[in-house]
Design a protein around this ligand. Structure first.
Ligand SMILES: O=C(O)CCC(=O)C(=O)O
Ligand SMILES: [Fe+2]
Length: 534
């Protein structure tokens, strides 16, 4: 890395981190394609030159067959190459590794196009990268991704469904898992495969990676899964709910967060909301001011600098929607209302399911937590849908950040984010920060202060922040759904018998001081006073 005119350029060559197996198969497929192409060329030339002779000797039929054979051979070889490339890309994507300087490179430029059509591009140079063709959110999956010699991966765990998009069969999955488990053991990746026919799913891939923990023991590994199986069932079987509950609880107790796939909220609804907020942020300042949040209500537009979690300037636009018929900029932005109302409905439904699972996991009746959250998005409950937009920034700047360190205040938060990245979490039992990568369509569940307090810290509140981008980004969009109990619910530790291992946890601020019993409303207002500039 060199420093030139104050700008940083990276001069690191691109190496493949893949094992010899992948390189070998890749090489064979490529050689095959070259060989078949050569054969096709030579044959075509021969036919052209000798056509009269072939015709009179009655050789046109065998020649036609050979031609067909070669053509098929070539396309098969090309398909093989493509499949292998896709498989490698998919693995890199899931591991959130590779890329030139980080896996986020994939989203920054059209890697494949540039490799093919440009003679020499320095992918390491930020200036050069800024001039490259950008790749859209929809496209990146179908393009190649750059390799890197040292994976910059963050802690992530997920259950990824075959029928959502990991389009390979079970055999190739187990081959991939063998290769990765063998080759990447030093990077602490683990992949395991499961068949879950019962839930109308062909197979799932479980992947875990944690660079902060020296080794992931088998026991730790099996404790970080969380998935929602029963979203389409009105009356789910008890066993299914119990299974999800225990996975969710283990994930939240050990990591403070869980990643949900197969949750039923389509990505297009998130994107509609992102677009609606973009349009709002482009309105003149005086128009936006009409919709500003006015305390003590939480509904409305929060302009940059209005809410502060740290001493740094925090550059973000937020629009809080509390569901209590607060005004929305529908007049200026047609479709704003429907975009947020649809999401509110979906997030509320998802929260209801998670509250049921948590109640069961806490060994209470299934409606135990639901009864404390009876009025989500209605009067007397502070649950809020929040649209967030962080404008693009080119380089980290002193005293400026996107979102300072904080714990969320309520029961839990559901968070959807685009591919820009920047979200970081502090694992409950450590001081180090880990990146949370972007998995398209997945929703993050993180524990809030009240759930931590209720469970005496056994489900610890997750400290998180959004840092500035390393490269020129495109701006970050996210949607948070803060689930809060009804205003009058007292926040005393619950009488629960949590079955997960009790561990020493980093206390969130609520637990540090002994205070008289507060209601959920009082607790929230206290937090708002601390974070909102008057
Ligand atoms: O934008 C994000 O990803 C995080 C936002 C957040 O943590 C919050 O608003 O509480
Ligand atoms: Fe937060």
């Amino acid at each position: 890395m060199t420093e030139d005119d104050g700008s940083l350029s990276y001069y690191k060559r691109i190496n493949c981190i893949c094992g010899w197996e992948v390189k070998f198969v890749y090489g064979v497929a490529f050689t095959l394609a070259v060989f078949e192409a050569k054969r096709l060329l030579v044959l075509s030339l021969e036919i052209l030159a000798e056509w009269q002779v072939i015709y009179f000797a009655g050789g046109s039929q065998p020649v036609a067959f050979t031609l067909m054979d070669v053509t098929l051979g070539l396309s098969c070889a090309l398909i093989t190459i493509r499949t292998i490339c896709k498989m490698i890309d998919e693995i890199q994507f899931m591991l959130q590794c590779c890329g030139h300087t980080s896996y986020a490179d994939w989203f920054l430029f059209d890697w494949q196009r540039d490799v093919i059509f440009t003679k020499k591009v320095d992918y390491a140079s930020q200036e050069e990268m800024a001039t490259q063709s950008r790749i859209s959110d929809e496209d990146y999956r179908y393009r190649g991704v750059p390799f890197k010699d040292e994976p910059i991966c963050c802690f992530i765990f997920l259950l990824y469904h075959h029928n959502i998009g990991f389009n390979v069969n079970e055999r190739s999955l187990s081959e991939i898992s063998n290769i990765i488990n063998h080759r990447c053991s030093r990077h602490r990746y683990r992949i395991s495969l499961k068949r879950v026919e019962k839930f109308n799913t062909k197979c799932s891939l479980m992947l875990s990676y944690n660079p902060q923990i020296d080794t992931i023991s088998d026991q730790q590994q099996s404790s970080v899964k969380a998935e929602l199986f029963w979203r389409t069932e009105r009356c789910p079987q008890k066993g299914v709910v119990k299974q999800v509950a225990s996975k969710l609880l283990r994930a939240l107790s050990e990591k403070g967060l869980a990643l949900l796939v197969n949750h039923g909220i389509p990505e297009c609804k998130m994107k509609a909301a992102y677009r609606a907020l973009d349009a709002f942020c482009e309105l003149p300042e005086e128009t936006r001011a009409k919709y500003e949040r006015v305390s003590p209500a939480n509904h409305g537009y929060v302009k940059p600098g209005m809410e502060k979690f740290s001493d740094e300037k925090e550059l973000r636009h937020a629009f809080n929607v509390t569901g209590c018929e607060g005004i929305l900029p529908e007049e200026e932005i047609h479709g704003f209302r429907s975009a947020v109302e649809e999401l509110e409905r979906d997030f509320k439904q998802l929260s209801t399911m998670l509250l049921t699972a948590l109640s069961v996991g806490l060994e209470q009746s299934h409606d135990f937590l639901l009864s404390k959250h009876a009025h989500i998005l209605g009067p007397g409950n502070a649950s809020t849908l929040r649209l967030l937009y962080y404008p693009p920034l080119c380089a980290p700047e002193q005293g400026l950040t996107r979102c300072g360190v904080h714990c969320d205040y309520g029961t839990f938060t559901l968070l959807a984010q685009d591919c820009e990245g920047g979200l970081e979490i502090q694992t409950p039992h450590g001081e180090r920060w880990s990146r949370v990568g972007h998995l398209p369509g997945a929703i993050l569940v993180n524990t809030g202060e009240l759930l931590a307090h209720w469970t005496k810290g056994q489900l610890p509140a997750l400290r998180h922040r959004v840092v500035m981008p390393e490269h020129c980004g495109r701006g970050r969009h996210s949607i948070a759904f803060f689930v809060h109990p009804d205003d009058d619910v007292a926040i005393e530790p619950l009488d629960t018998k949590i079955t997960v291992a009790s561990q020493e946890t980093t206390p969130c601020r609520l637990q540090k001081k002994k205070r008289s019993v507060l209601t959920a409303y009082q607790h929230l207002q206290r937090r708002f006073r601390e974070t909102y500039a008057s």
